[in-house]
Design a protein around this ligand. Structure first.
Ligand SMILES: [Zn+2]
Length: 251
């Protein structure tokens, strides 16, 4: 009797890890070719194992995977980029985990999501390697992730009168549209300044290559981060545990 087993190679980010038994590890991978998959790494906990580093959380690696009737086992793994370092502060670590949660919720099992993978990898890079201001990278990631996943807001003009911009506009996070201060009724939307609105338009409408090429004052980034967080959580109704922790450390 022969057992069918195929082998394939793909690159992937490790977005979850769980130790199994003495030395094995079950990892969730956001792969370039198959989207989200779960795979076993035998002997990965052994420090001398070459697989150990490559199958650690927040590592982007090249994997050779054995597929036996839909059960995946990692045969070989070589790290390409590591987005985790022991020197990272708690805010950076928490946001890195949050980006993994976004990948898990918005990625699809067995189906590639190249734009989302590119977003998550770039955000991890700008957060952990370039040390950009964390709330700004968070805001970019949340809003662009919403766009990629079909929750794009309409930021062109006031929904009621067509006004393009006023010093304060209001963003309705339930419906994903703007109203100006003259058309605003009580309780309708979060106030955003022109600086924040320009940043939001850039995040939603720019080509990917330019997505991270802008700066705003930290104070605006902090406010923007609250708006994009409200938007993505209201729109998707997902609970992100890393985000709850993030809120508790920001208080
Ligand atoms: Zn208006």
């Amino acid at each position: 009797m022969t057992q069918l087993q195929t082998r394939f190679t793909t690159e992937a980010l490790v977005i979850k890890e769980m130790n199994v038994g003495e030395s094995d590890r079950l990892v969730t991978l956001f792969t370039r070719d198959l989207g989200i998959i779960k795979a076993f790494a035998s002997g990965a906990k052994n420090i001398k194992s070459k697989k150990g580093a490559a199958t650690s959380l927040l590592t982007y690696s090249s994997f050779t995977i054995l597929d036996k009737k839909g059960t995946y086992r990692i045969y070989e793994a070589t790290p390409i980029a590591q987005f985790f370092s022991l020197g990272s502060d708690i805010e950076t670590l928490t946001l890195s985990q949050y980006f993994c949660e976004l990948a898990y919720e918005f990625g699809e099992e067995g189906k590639p999501s190249p734009e989302l993978l590119r977003l998550i990898l770039n955000s991890l890079h700008f957060l952990t390697k370039e040390k950009r201001y964390p709330p700004l990278i968070k805001a970019i990631t949340e809003l662009r992730c919403a766009v990629i996943s079909g929750y794009s807001p309409d930021l062109v003009a006031c929904q009621s009168c067509g006004e393009f911009e006023k010093d304060i506009m209001y963003f309705n996070t339930d419906e994903g549209y703007l109203v100006c201060k003259d058309c605003k009724e009580n309780g309708q939307g979060m106030p955003i300044t022109l600086t924040e609105l320009s940043a939001m338009r850039h995040i939603v409408y720019s080509e990917f290559a330019k997505l991270y090429s802008f700066e705003i004052p930290n104070e605006n980034a902090d406010r923007l981060s609250k708006v994009t967080q409200k938007y993505i959580t209201v729109q998707t109704d997902y609970k992100f545990s890393a985000l709850e922790f993030y809120d508790s450390i920001k208080e």
